[in-house]
Unconditional design. Structure first.
Length: 252
C-alpha cells in the first residue's frame, strides 16, 4: 500500500454508492473501532514505520560495526530519533509519535549507558512487555478482558472532552465500558481478542529474554525489530477482525 502524500493528514473520504462519505481507516488502536482496516494507515504509513524502526536499526548496525564501543551506537540512535522529531517540527506536522519514540530510545540509552551493558538498551521494552502480559492475563482471569474496555471506549467516543461533557450533564460517562460484560457473545469475543495480545507479548518475551541474558545484541536487536511493528500490525488486524461489527445489509 502506498503512503499518503501527507502522513499526518487522513486521506479524503471516498463516496459510497448511497452518497455518504466512507470513513477513512484510523490509526493505531483507534483502528479497532473502524469499519475498514488498513495496516499501512494503522502504523502511520511509511513515515510511521520509519519512525518506529530507524533508531533501533541504527543502534544494531552501529553496535555491530563499532563493537565493543558502546558510545557510538547509543549516540547514533539518539541522533536518528532527534532527526525524526526535527523533521516533523520543520514540516509542522504532529510530533507525538516521533516524541514517543524518542522517549523510549532515551530510556534505553540511559539504562545502557549507566550500566555499561549494551543489552540494557532493550531492558525497558522487556519490562514493559512483561507488564502488559501480566495485566492482560489478569483481565482474562477475572473475566474482564481488557480489549473489551478499549474497543467499547473507542466506539463510544470516550475522549477526555466527551467524558467531561457527559459528567457535567449528569450522565455516567463510563456506562458503555461496563454494559458489554452482560453480553455472553461480547465477553467471548473480547476474551479471544485479548488472548491475541497475550500471545504477542508472550512471544516477544520468549524470544528476546534468552537473547538479553546471553548478551547477543545482534540477534536481540534483529528480533526486536521483527517482533515490533510487523507483529503489532498483524495482531491489531486480527483483533479488528475478531471484534468488528457485522455489516448491516441495505434493504433491497
Amino acid at each position: 500500500m502506498s503512503e499518503p502524500a501527507r502522513p499526518d493528514v487522513p486521506p479524503q473520504s471516498e463516496q459510497q454508492p448511497d452518497g455518504a462519505p466512507a470513513q477513512a481507516p484510523a490509526r493505531g488502536m483507534r483502528a479497532l473501532a473502524g469499519e475498514e482496516f488498513s495496516a499501512a494507515q494503522a502504523i502511520g504509513g511509511v513515515r510511521g514505520l520509519v519512525e518506529a524502526v530507524l533508531p533501533g536499526l541504527v543502534f544494531v548496525v552501529a553496535f555491530v560495526i563499532s563493537t565493543p564501543n558502546l558510545v557510538i551506537p547509543l549516540v547514533a540512535s539518539v541522533v536518528s530519533a532527534l532527526v525524526l522529531v526535527v523533521a516533523r517540527l520543520v514540516q509542522r506536522t504532529p510530533v507525538t509519535q516521533a516524541l514517543g519514540g524518542l522517549l523510549g530510545i532515551a530510556i534505553g540509552v540511559v539504562w545502557a549507558w549507566t550500566s555499561g551493558e549494551a543489552e540494557n538498551y532493550y531492558a525497558g521494552g522487556l519490562l514493559l512487555n512483561a507488564g502488559y502480559l501480566v495485566v492482560l492475563l489478569g483481565s482474562i482471569l477475572i473475566r474482564r478482558p481488557a480489549v473489551g474496555y478499549v474497543v467499547e471506549a473507542l466506539r463510544a467516543g470516550l475522549t477526555p472532552e466527551a467524558v467531561k461533557a457527559q459528567a457535567e450533564a449528569g450522565a455516567s460517562p463510563f456506562a458503555a465500558l461496563t454494559g458489554w460484560r452482560d453480553d455472553p457473545a461480547k465477553m467471548r469475543t473480547y476474551g479471544q481478542a485479548t488472548w491475541l495480545w497475550v500471545g504477542l507479548f508472550a512471544l516477544r518475551l520468549a524470544v528476546k529474554t534468552p537473547l538479553y541474558f546471553a548478551g547477543d545484541i545482534a540477534w536481540l536487536g534483529t528480533f526486536h525489530l521483527l517482533l515490533g511493528v510487523p507483529l503489532w500490525a498483524l495482531v491489531l488486524y486480527l483483533t479488528w477482525y475478531v471484534v468488528r461489527r457485522p455489516k448491516v445489509q441495505a434493504p433491497a
